[in-house]
Write a protein that binds this ligand. Structure first.
Ligand code: BGC
Length: 350
């Protein structure tokens, strides 16, 4: 069980007070979470020499969280990843969402959950954040109530437990957009770190990163990450999927999905020995290698968040699933509970 402490972060441009909550476990691992966007600001874990390393990208200033468009560390919703042309039909009715990524809707729209102020409650298990998304927000039907529990256990696991209910049928695909750098947030690119994804298949995507509906075997492609693989080894290969996305930015189909917690990915950095194992109850994982990071705004301790300085492991329903009935649908039914659990366990290389 973790201890939770609170401090003030600052005030947003429109006058909301933002707090920071620190979760600490018995090994002194620490996670700092902000009520602005439900964002993870920092995760400090011990390296092979017992030194604590902050392994996530972030900013020191609240104003940088308000102005950034990289979703650094934030909770994402109502619908993480892309919906083609921001359009879907549900129960015979057509809906048009805000398109904030070229022709498409990405990560909840113009003002997604990453830019909302969440209310916080400390509990025996950790920190519960709540946000009530009004009906019609960003074009989505129904009033959606979301509760996210962040908890930290003594095996150095950060769990994110997502619960939601709605008063109408609606779309729901919640995730978290933390960028990890297991050599330290200010250590440069993640290209010499290793990634392993427990997936035999990925969802083929077009040049707008929209899944086409095809589920393709990883065998013989640079998306075969079934064994620990140095991220930089094939990231620039002439393989079309990588060229379209400017690196890794794809959805993998997690092996043996059945709605229970399954291992999705493993990552490690030799320089610190720090490892990260990600598990989830959701069917997909987006491994994004930070291809669009561009150095601005200034990061923690005057660091710069340049291209490929961090990677995300976003648990999710497959992107653009609403267009592809063969994909599991990110739909929440009126009055029925929605639940997903994703865990990030930190360790050391043996
Ligand atoms: C997406 C990228 C997108 C990025 C935005 C990722 O989850 O997969 O395509 O550019 O978020 O920061």
């Amino acid at each position: 069980m973790s201890l939770v402490s609170k401090q003030t972060f600052g005030t947003t441009k429109d006058g909301s007070q933002i707090d920071l909550y620190t979760l600490t476990n018995k090994n002194n691992m620490q996670v700092i979470i902000s009520t602005f966007g439900g964002t993870i600001l920092s995760i400090k874990v011990p390296d092979k020499n017992g030194r604590f390393i902050d392994v996530v990208l972030g900013y020191d200033k609240l104003e940088n969280y308000e102005s950034q468009d990289k979703y650094i560390g934030a909770l994402i919703g109502r619908h993480g990843n892309r919906i083609k042309k921001g359009h879907f039909s549900l129960n015979g009715k057509e809906y048009q969402l805000y398109c904030n990524d070229g022709n498409n809707h990405l990560h909840g729209g113009k003002i997604g959950f990453d830019k909302k102020v969440w209310s916080a409650k400390e509990t025996d298990q950790g920190l519960t954040l709540t946000y009530i998304s009004p009906s019609g927000e960003e074009g989505y039907p129904g009033t959606l109530t979301i509760k996210v529990l962040y908890s930290l256990t003594d095996d150095n696991t950060l769990s994110i437990d997502y619960k939601a209910t709605c008063d109408e049928d609606t779309v729901c695909n919640l995730t978290n957009h933390t960028y990890f750098n297991l050599a330290g947030h200010d250590s440069g690119t993640i290209l010499n770190q290793k990634i392993q994804i427990f997936a035999n298949y990925y969802t083929d995507a077009d040049k707008e990163s929209l899944p086409t509906g095809k589920i393709v075997s990883v065998v013989g492609t640079p998306l075969d990450l079934r064994q620990p693989t140095i991220i930089g080894n094939h990231i620039n290969d002439s393989f079309e999927q990588l060229q379209f996305a400017g690196g890794y930015d794809h959805n993998w189909v997690i092996n043996d999905y059945d709605g229970t917690l399954k291992k999705a990915a493993f990552a490690c950095a030799d320089s610190t020995g720090i490892t990260l194992t990600t598990s989830t109850t959701l069917p997909g994982i987006q491994f994004y290698s930070g291809n669009y990071l561009d150095g601005a705004p200034e990061g923690k301790n005057h660091s710069h968040i340049y291209k490929r300085c961090g990677f995300c492991l976003e648990s999710q329903y497959f992107p653009n699933a609403l267009e592809h009935p063969n994909f599991k649908q990110p739909i929440i039914k009126k009055g029925e509970p929605w639940h997903a659990l994703t865990t990030y366990q930190f360790g050391l290389n043996k």
